[in-house]
Each structure stands twice: as C-alpha cells, then as structure tokens.
Design a protein around this ligand. Structure first.
Ligand code: ADP
Length: 265
C-alpha cells in the first residue's frame, strides 16, 4: 500500500496503451509518520500542563479568589506545571540543535575527568535531596577528547540525573572513567565513561527503545520526577555526533549501567 501510482495513456506508432509507474514511498511515509507522531507528542506534552494551568487560574479568579490558603497551594502547583513546560521547551531546543548537523565540529579539546567532577558538583544538591551519593572513579588520569564541551556536559548531566532519579535512596551512583577502551579497528582507542545506579533497573524489552523521543518505561513516574522523555534521545544524538558509542545494560532489581565510549583524540 506504500506506492504512489501514476498512470499515463500513450498513443504511439506501435499502438495505444497505458504506462503505469509504481513509486515506492515507504521511506517517505515513515518519515512523514514519525514527524506527525512527534508533533502529536509535543502537543500532548505541552497541553497537559497548560490545561492544568488554565484550570487553576480560573479557580483563582473565581471560587478561590479570597482564600489565602488555597491560593498559596495552587500557586505552588502552577509553578510546578510551568516548570515542566519550561523543561520541555528547553529539551526540545537542545534536541533540534543536536539533530541538525550530522557531525560536531571537533574544535575544542575536552578534559573528561574535569567535566565529570564539574557535573558531580552541579548535581550535588539533587543527589542530596534523593539521598544518593555521587562517586567518581578514574581508572586513568585526566584524558582529553575532541568535541563540544557543552554537549558532552549535557550527556553526563542527563545520565547522572537519570541515575539519581531512578536510583535507590541510600545507594550510590557511580561515574567511572577509563581511557583504554578499544572502539573498533577504524576508530582505535576510546574513552569510556560509565554511569551506574542501583535502582529498580529496566526490563530488557524496553532497552532498545529508550533513546526514542518521548519513550518512557513508566510515564507516570517519569513525569513525577520532572522528566521530559527526551533526555536519552539527546544523549544518543550527541554521542553519535562525536562518533561515539552508547550501551545500556540493566538488571531488574539491581540497577542500570550506561556506558559511553568517545574516540580519543
Ligand atoms: P525521562 O525524562 O523520562 O527521564 P529519558 O529519555 O531520560 O526521559 O529516559 C527515558 C526513560 O528511560 C525514562 O522515562 C525511564 O523510564 C528510563 N530510564 C532512563 N534512565 C534510567 C535509569 N537509570 N534507571 C531506570 N530507568 C531509566
């Protein structure tokens, strides 16, 4: 059914007939379908907090106008919903930025151990609130890759944020750096960063789909934790643009480990 058909009647010296051309549009339809799904998802994700906001505003303008306690509580919820919309827009912008060019311009040299330490410091308050200890192990000393430091920071931030969000209170989240991973014959040596948590883990049937935009194992949990469903899609694109590899492994009940390998250079 994925054919576009054109039919032309011909009248030549050899006789009359019809030329029917079948044009395979499978790929086109798939791309179009993906685009439509994406727009539908974005609209849905934006509409949910927006509907809540409108509801609360109407209540505050009407029935709860003079109720001080209700007003304070509603404003708190509204700030939450607005924050959710803001995160979604921020992640959409990041995604469109990293989806754009095929390859990052590898102008900067990025020192990975320093980046890991900086991400740990930035996420320390989140970790404290979740009662998770962020630990860095460096099997090798400082090591540099060529790339975009803002984007690589985002990769580590998204992975560590997830590990904190979906990890277990009282347990650690470990970031490990190892500079000796072999990537492939062509790419030679790479730098491996692994982020591991000791949370509930992910059933293996979900793993291949985790980097799809808006794919969530448990949407309720993800939203409750402030997730947009775009974090791992952004990670995948950035890693690809750095000619890197990403591997997700998880054991239900034991935790998840995500390993990124970037070409050394
Ligand atoms: P979200 O914003 O929902 O966290 P992500 O793209 O970062 O979106 O992750 C997609 C889904 O993958 C999450 O909704 C969650 O179900 C699952 N996930 C990601 N990281 C982990 C982890 N460390 N442990 C368990 N599940 C995870």
């Amino acid at each position: 059914e994925n054919f576009e058909v054109t039919c032309t009647y011909v009248d030549t010296a050899l006789g009359q007939g019809a030329v029917v051309v079948f044009h395979d549009i499978t790929e086109l339809t798939q791309a179009e379908q993906m685009r439509r799904d994406f727009v539908a998802n974005v609209s849905h994700e934006l509409r949910t907090p927006l509907t809540a906001l409108i509801g609360f505003i109407e209540t505050l303008l009407g029935p709860a106008k003079d109720d001080e306690a209700v007003r304070a509580r509603f404003l708190g919820i509204m700030a939450n919903e607005a924050g959710r919309m803001e995160r979604l827009v921020r992640d959409l912008l990041s995604l469109s930025q990293v989806e754009g060019e095929a390859r990052v311009r590898p102008t900067e040299r990025v020192e990975i151990l320093g980046l890991m330490e900086s991400v740990r410091n930035a996420l320390a308050p989140l970790a404290r609130d979740a009662d998770v200890e962020l630990e860095i192990t460096a099997e090798d000393g400082p090591v540099e890759v060529k790339g975009d430091s803002d984007q690589l920071r985002q990769v580590l931030t998204n992975l560590v944020e997830n590990a904190i969000k979906y990890g277990r209170a009282g347990k650690r989240v470990e970031m490990t750096l190892s500079a000796v991973a072999q990537m492939s014959e062509l790419q030679g040596q790479g730098v491996a960063v692994t982020v591991r948590d000791h949370g509930a883990g992910i059933d293996e049937i979900h793993i291949p789909r985790l980097t799809e935009r808006f794919y969530r194992v448990d949407s309720h949990r993800s939203r409750e934790m402030g997730g947009t469903g775009l974090g791992l899609a952004i990670v995948k694109h950035i890693v690809n643009r750095h000619r890197g590899r990403m591997r997700i492994s998880s054991v239900l009940g034991e935790g998840t480990s995500i390993r990124i390998v970037l070409p050394l250079g």
